[in-house]
Design a protein around this ligand. Structure first.
Ligand SMILES: Nc1ncnc2c1ncn2[C@@H]1O[C@H](COP(=O)(O)OP(=O)(O)O)[C@@H](O)[C@H]1O
Ligand SMILES: Cc1ncc(COP(=O)(O)O)c(N)n1
Length: 266
């Protein structure tokens, strides 16, 4: 008897500390039971304290990796994380947009403050990639960078302004100080608020990458955006609860993708 697993692609940078980027994406794919494939856009020297160096891949190298995966494997959905340059954003738009569910996590700045994208990349997101993506998952800082609006703009206005660039939006609201996380889902001009209790933790490095990877898996499984967003939110909360007690590194520790118990909702 034969079987074909669901295949999902991540186009992202590496994190040597194993928390964010491709480390988060491939671990999330494995935890959710799909076969993960990848195209590396940049190699970062990174740990819990920050990003210490970035070696970008050329756009041609990224194109070759995506082509290799596509020529051989039945990719059901894709996500992008750190793209690093406008040229790579153009390659992604060229090869991926329109052919399968595409989730764009518009990584521009790491939680540690390191800049992972420049003004040309912001322009490429706005003008080339977002108009052709299905879903974009900015946090507030990324939404502000994409729209030019101040970060403290009303979240609904921020989300709708990103939506006007083309794709459906999940504006992620990981601001756990209040005890509650609020994600805003916008599809066809309609805003839905998804609220859930915040997990108290300092180990949140890789949270946004994990979220967008889980969202891509659930879209690949055919869930609608709101259902997929609920599942992805639940997965991140579970992963954060696992790593909350961890003492690992001198900075912000990783969100866990290692589950010793069966997953509850996913
Ligand atoms: N402390 C937390 N507890 C539970 N969920 C969280 C927490 N922090 C973030 N999340 C969730 O993780 C997802 C990614 O959000 P966010 O932290 O905004 O991403 P980013 O890492 O890009 O800033 C969202 O669904 C958000 O609600
Ligand atoms: C390679 C890579 N991709 C993405 C992020 C953003 O993740 P975070 O916001 O948790 O720092 C990162 N730090 N490194």
């Amino acid at each position: 008897m034969t079987a074909t697993p669901l295949v999902v692609l991540s186009v992202a940078g590496t994190d040597s500390g194993g928390a964010a980027g491709l480390a988060a994406d491939l671990a999330t794919f494995a935890a959710l039971g799909v076969h993960g494939t990848c195209a590396v856009t940049a190699v970062t020297a990174q740990d819990t304290t920050g990003v210490h160096g970035v070696v970008p891949m050329g756009a041609g190298d990224v194109r070759a990796q995506i082509r290799a995966v596509f020529d051989d494997l039945p990719v059901a959905a894709a996500k992008t994380g750190m793209l690093g340059s406008a040229e790579v954003a153009h390659v992604v738009a060229d090869l991926l947009a329109g052919s399968l569910p595409l989730v764009v996590d518009p990584v521009l700045v790491a939680t540690s403050g390191a800049v992972l994208g420049d003004a040309a990349l912001v322009r490429a997101y706005r003008e080339v990639l977002l108009p052709r993506a299905d879903v974009v998952t900015p946090n507030r800082d990324e939404a502000a960078a994409l729209t030019g609006l101040p970060r403290d703009t009303d979240p609904e206005e921020l989300a709708l302004t990103v939506h006007a660039l083309g794709p459906a939006v999940v504006l992620t609201g990981g601001e756990p100080g209040s005890g509650t996380c609020r994600d805003l889902v916008v599809r066809d001009g309609v805003v839905t608020v998804l609220e859930h209790p915040a997990v108290a933790t300092a180990n949140d490095h890789g949270t946004g990458c994990t979220y967008s990877a889980a969202l891509a898996v659930h879209l690949a499984r055919g869930l609608d955006l709101e259902a997929a967003a609920r599942r992805a939110q639940a997965f991140v909360a579970e992963a954060l609860a696992v790593s909350a007690p961890w003492v690992l590194g001198c900075g912000r520790g990783p969100v866990a993708h290692v589950f010793t118990q069966p997953l509850k909702e996913n």
